[in-house]
Write a protein that binds this ligand. Structure first.
Ligand code: UT7
Length: 330
């Protein structure tokens, strides 16, 4: 008799950049205030990576930790998937640098996912597919962002929100019944313009004019994104529960994308899971895009907040718009 293969998270890791940028620091840079930022977002400070730190350095640090916790070696990984919108370079994939930096096997397929803040959930869903079909046994999934390099520190609509960091997990084939129970992914391509970096790609290659017009920075219609975020994060969470015949009371820990405290509060109310079951670290790290779920998850795991048998609900939404959820039995 063969039992069902699932992918289980057997290790977590993270890297939170050492530089701290507080709301008070930002008050000196743009027309904003600590009170506005705290009240409207819940953020008090965020991390900024040092000048010599690369996205792949942060990713490698987080994945090394996850591999260590998993009790395996880097060359035991069959695949590395990196969710990022801030790759070291447009070409090649950041995951290829990560493979080299952690000393993973040279033939281990390593690639990036461009799903913005949903990159980690997308990465896990892809890894899960490879594991369930038996194509891979152990996959490193990373969410990593060096957003401070693509933020316009003259634009108060965006620069106060984001931070740098990386988080990672090792997913491994498991037949115990624990692991990822389901993943759901969505994209609405009619909403591409709500969150974009207009220039630097093939649609608008870099030129003196694009640089002068500050088009290489993140542009966001925050209010619009906010509306969709509450709605779609909630629906993705409810779909995850429904698919598994579970209800809000069955969920022990929620690790949701940390974009805005008010979004998390709205989702908590809509889904019916009290906020005290949510892992919250937005106050210290701001929005780290694809890194936000794996950083929060790593903190929760190392802090003893997630225990064997717990039901863990994860969901994210970001540029695309893309969004999704994953439900795991720990
Ligand atoms: O991670 C990817 C997904 N991203 C998100 O989920 C982000 C979703 N959006 C949000 O979190 C919120 O919409 C923001 C935090 C971005 C903005 O909060 P808001 O309550 O929606 O504010 P708003 O955009 O409606 O702006 C309200 C006012 C405006 O002034 P007026 O027009 O009312 O005079 C803004 O110009 O607040 C102003 N404002 C600021 N004031 C001080 C915008 N940014 C700032 C700022 N400091 N940093």
């Amino acid at each position: 008799m063969t039992s069902l293969i699932r992918s289980r998270i057997i290790g977590t890791g993270s890297y939170t950049a050492e530089g701290v940028l507080t709301n008070r620091d930002l008050e000196r840079m743009v027309d904003t205030s600590n009170d506005w930022i705290v009240e409207r977002t819940g953020i008090r400070e965020r991390r900024v990576a040092g000048k010599n730190v690369l996205t792949s350095d942060m990713a490698a640090h987080a994945l090394r930790q996850a591999v260590e916790m998993a009790g395996i070696g880097p060359d035991d990984l069959d695949m590395i998937v990196c969710g990022t919108v801030t790759p070291d370079r447009p070409l090649p994939a950041t995951a290829a640098y990560v493979q080299r930096k952690i000393g993973a096997a040279k033939n281990c397929p390593s690639f990036d996912i461009a799903a913005a803040c949903s990159g980690f959930i997308y990465g896990m869903a892809i890894a899960d597919g490879f594991i369930r079909t038996g194509t891979a046994k152990r996959v490193g999934v990373v969410g990593v962002e060096l957003l401070s390099r693509i933020l316009d520190f003259k634009d108060r609509n965006t620069c106060v929100l984001f931070g740098d960091g990386a988080g990672a997990v090792v997913l491994a084939a498991d037949e115990s019944g624990s692991g990822l129970l389901s993943t759901h992914l969505f994209t609405d391509g009619s909403l591409t313009e709500l969150l974009t970096i207009p220039a630097g790609g093939s649609a608008m290659p870099a030129s003196e004019a694009t640089v002068a017009d500050r088009l290489h920075y993140v542009h966001m219609e925050g209010k619009e994104v906010f509306r969709f975020a509450v709605r779609y994060l909630s629906s993705a969470a409810m779909l995850a529960l429904e698919t598994n015949g579970a209800g809000p009371d069955d969920v022990n820990v929620v690790v949701a994308h940390q974009a805005n405290m008010r979004i998390l509060d709205g989702v908590s109310k809509r889904v019916g899971i009290p906020l005290d079951r949510f892992v919250l670290n937005i106050e210290r790290f701001g929005n780290t895009s694809s890194a936000s779920i794996p950083i929060a998850l790593d903190e929760a795991v190392r802090g003893g907040r997630v225990n064997g048998g717990d039901m863990v609900l994860m969901m994210a939404l970001g540029g695309g718009l893309s969004w999704g959820s994953a439900l795991a039995r720990w």
